[in-house]
Write a protein that binds this ligand. Structure first.
Ligand SMILES: [Zn+2]
Length: 134
């Protein structure tokens, strides 16, 4: 679903970087996808291959998953989100709306449900590599 809109945004952003860097051709694009983002990597890759322009003809798209890092607001404990002990339908809900995670996830140190998601919810265009104009 939103993989297509995302693919378009990624291609646009990568094209802008390529223009700025005076790249005539893009060879590799690395994208970091937060674990709490409801993204199917295969669909995103397919959408990218369909959305890409001439400049991306030979480009490889690399998707890296970023672990969800949570920080307790009460005791400051930092931990990584794990899907262990969470029912599958709850997991769907978390992926769809990361805020819902507060209902299911608690700090393993003090048990507080009050935490921040420090990492793992965004999409980051990490690197764009290409061939410069002579
Ligand atoms: Zn805590």
């Amino acid at each position: 679903m939103h993989e297509w809109a995302l693919a378009e945004a990624i291609i646009n952003a990568a094209s802008e970087i390529a223009d700025k860097e005076r790249l005539k051709e893009i060879t590799k694009v690395t994208i970091r996808v937060g674990e709490l983002q409801m993204i199917e990597p295969e669909i995103l890759k397919f959408a990218l291959s369909q959305t890409k322009t001439e400049k991306f003809k030979r480009a490889k798209f690399e998707l890296k998953t970023e672990k969800a890092r949570l920080k307790c607001r009460k005791c400051g404990h930092v931990w990584f989100f794990t899907t262990k002990n969470i029912e599958e339908n709850e997991l769907e809900a978390i992926h769809f709306v990361p805020e819902i995670a507060h209902t299911y996830v608690k700090c393993p140190m003090c048990g507080s449900p009050d935490f921040e998601i420090e990492e793992g919810r965004g999409i980051v265009l990490q690197t764009v590599k290409g061939v410069r104009h002579a």
